[in-house]
Design a protein around this ligand. Structure first.
Ligand code: SF4
Length: 222
């Protein structure tokens, strides 16, 4: 029997059983959902006999345990964009912020959705995780992301170079008290700088370590 592999172009990941696949539709701002989206995902899961639905750390809903021959039809029925993986900007993580959370100090939802629309799936030297939180409780863990944007009473704090995983690292603070309208242009500078200066497979934190934070900061914000 032929060995099965991930089918990245089809947006499908081979599972531990080496037989079935998981797919994850892209749900911008995946923590706030229209019930119809949940119904559609549930319908597809049932129709194609998925083994489970999984809420992922990237705020997606993965449909797990699909047969290879059902993948095209499942995507057709979903009629939703595919969540992007690999060497690219992942879906932007957000928290409910001023839309629903009583502790929020900034509107992380509007900002996060804007950034997701602009960058989700953008090819980059390595995977790139971006998170926005509405206050310093940091429910989306911005200090552990490649680029983190944390709401405060005075605006946003912008972190770069954080990561979890095998070698966890708290990000460096690039800027503080950034006003909401000034965040997108700074994100654009950070992403462009990373694209131009990182080596293949080099996360932004590793790039900062190689170049030096002070120089990176100087180059990005002067
Ligand atoms: S980070 Fe703050 S605003 Fe966002 S969900 Fe957590 S407590 Fe609420």
């Amino acid at each position: 029997m032929e060995d099965k592999k991930d089918m990245k172009e089809e947006g499908a990941t081979l599972q531990r059983d080496k037989e079935t696949y998981a797919i994850s539709p892209h749900i911008p701002g995946g923590i706030i959902l229209d019930p119809n989206v949940l119904r559609k995902i549930a319908d597809v899961a049932e129709k194609y006999h998925a083994k489970a639905l999984k809420l992922t750390s990237g705020q997606r809903i993965a449909i797990i345990g699909l047969q290879q021959q059902d993948l095209d039809n499942a995507w057709h029925d979903l009629d939703m964009p595919r969540g992007r993986g690999g060497m690219c900007m992942r879906g932007v993580r957000i928290c409910p912020a001023t839309h629903f959370c009583k502790r929020a100090q900034q509107d992380a939802v509007t900002l996060g959705l804007e950034l997701d629309k602009r960058y989700h799936g953008l090819r980059l030297p390595a995977k790139f995780k971006l998170a926005v939180s509405g206050c310093m409780n940091s429910c989306t863990e911005p200090a552990l992301r490649d680029l983190g944007i944390m709401g405060t009473p005075k605006g946003y704090t912008i972190y770069i170079g954080g990561t979890a995983g095998i070698k966890p690292k708290i990000a460096d603070v690039l800027l503080q008290n950034v006003q909401p309208e000034d965040v997108p242009p700074i994100v654009e500078k950070i992403v462009n700088y990373y694209k131009e200066n990182a080596r293949n497979y080099e996360r932004i934190g590793a790039m900062i370590k190689r170049i030096g934070f002070d120089k990176v900061k100087q180059d990005i914000v002067g």
